[in-house]
Design a protein around this ligand. Structure first.
Ligand SMILES: O=CC(=O)O
Length: 334
């Protein structure tokens, strides 16, 4: 019997030992293409025929583009599993995968601590106007003149978490240690043991009453621009917003306006609508604390994520199932 074939889109940077166990059970194929047109041509040439499981990285989008109907039409029909290394899978059109009989997995849990850590760092940094001090210091002006406005303590402030998945719950637990009063809104209320003591409120209450708003919801067609001009208008004036989810859950141009008017006093951002491009209005505003999508940028977490995604590949090859199928496809799990 011929050996199973696994397609590697992107590369393995850390979990080499785990990956070697895949080479033991399958032939690994790597595409030669360097862009989407070449990749589609390579698929159509038959070079990837027989592949049943695909491992992909976030950065592989730079070669293949989005995993959508066009790409799925070009890929061999033998592909049944797509194992994404990352928690967020907005680069993958899930309904199109379902229609093409392709099951998709992501790496939930593995990213929670590292992303929540950066989330908390951004909350404190934005509350304390640290970006302004950092800019002045780097320009050789100590705190600058005038110095940054005095910041705010997190203790006693209302933190509103939008999206109470693994990362949102981790942020809630950590924010409690900083004395924050944590509330959340989620499509459905969590069971009490998962709530981390956070109070469930309506979306509108979360916007109106939060001192700090933390965006922890996934990006999909339903959540794009969840925070846009009408939502900024409802917020408590002077709110602080932090986003470690995906840039496009918030309308970046509307955020620039809300910062300019003072409706939003400061933001901490790890993610942007059109990475790696950043809206010039954000770069120019010293009330914006920014990092370049580094939420999971630690050795330990990158290792964990690769191992998790490789576990999915192994299970798909050996047993025809996934360890962490995406929620939209839960009903398809064998
Ligand atoms: O952004 C990081 C991830 O989706 O894992």
């Amino acid at each position: 019997m011929s050996r199973p074939k696994v397609l590697l889109l992107g590369k393995i940077d850390h979990a080499h030992v785990a990956w070697s166990t895949i080479a033991d059970i399958a032939d690994v194929i790597q595409p030669k293409a360097t862009n989407r047109a070449e990749f589609i041509a390579e698929c159509q040439s038959g070079a990837l025929d027989g592949v049943s499981v695909t491992y992909r990285t976030f950065d592989s989008v730079n070669v293949t583009g989005k995993i959508d109907s066009e790409l799925l039409d070009a890929l061999p029909k033998s592909i049944k599993f797509l194992c994404h290394n990352g928690a967020g899978y907005d680069q993958i059109d899930i309904p199109a995968c379902t229609a093409h009989d392709v099951r998709v997995s992501n790496t939930p849990t593995a990213v929670d601590d590292a992303t929540a850590d950066v989330n908390i760092w951004l909350i404190i940094g934005a509350l304390r106007n640290l970006q302004i001090g950092i800019n002045a210091l780097r320009a050789g002006k100590w705190r600058g003149s005038p110095p940054p406005a005095l910041g705010h303590d997190p203790q006693g402030k209302i933190l509103g978490i939008l999206g109470m998945g693994g990362i949102g719950r981790n942020v809630a637990a950590k924010a409690k240690a900083f004395g924050m009063r944590v509330r959340y809104y989620n499509r459905s209320r969590l069971s009490p043991e998962l709530e981390e003591g956070a109070e469930y409120v309506s979306f509108e209450t979360l916007l109106k009453e939060s001192d700090v708003l933390s965006l922890n919801l996934p990006l999909n067609p339903n959540t794009r621009h969840t925070i846009a001009a009408p939502q900024f208008a409802l917020m408590k004036p002077g709110i602080v917003i932090v986003n470690t989810a995906r840039g496009a859950v918030m309308d970046e141009a509307a955020l620039v306006d809300a910062l300019a008017s003072g409706q939003v006093s400061s933001v901490g951002l790890d993610v942007y609508e059109n990475e790696p491009e950043i809206h010039p209005g954000l770069l120019a505003n010293p009330n914006v604390l920014l990092v370049p999508h580094m939420g999971t940028w630690t050795q330990e977490t990158q290792q964990k994520m690769e191992e998790w995604a490789i576990d999915n590949v192994r299970l798909a090859v050996k047993e025809g199932k996934l360890k962490s199928i995406v929620p939209e496809q839960k009903a398809l799990a064998a």
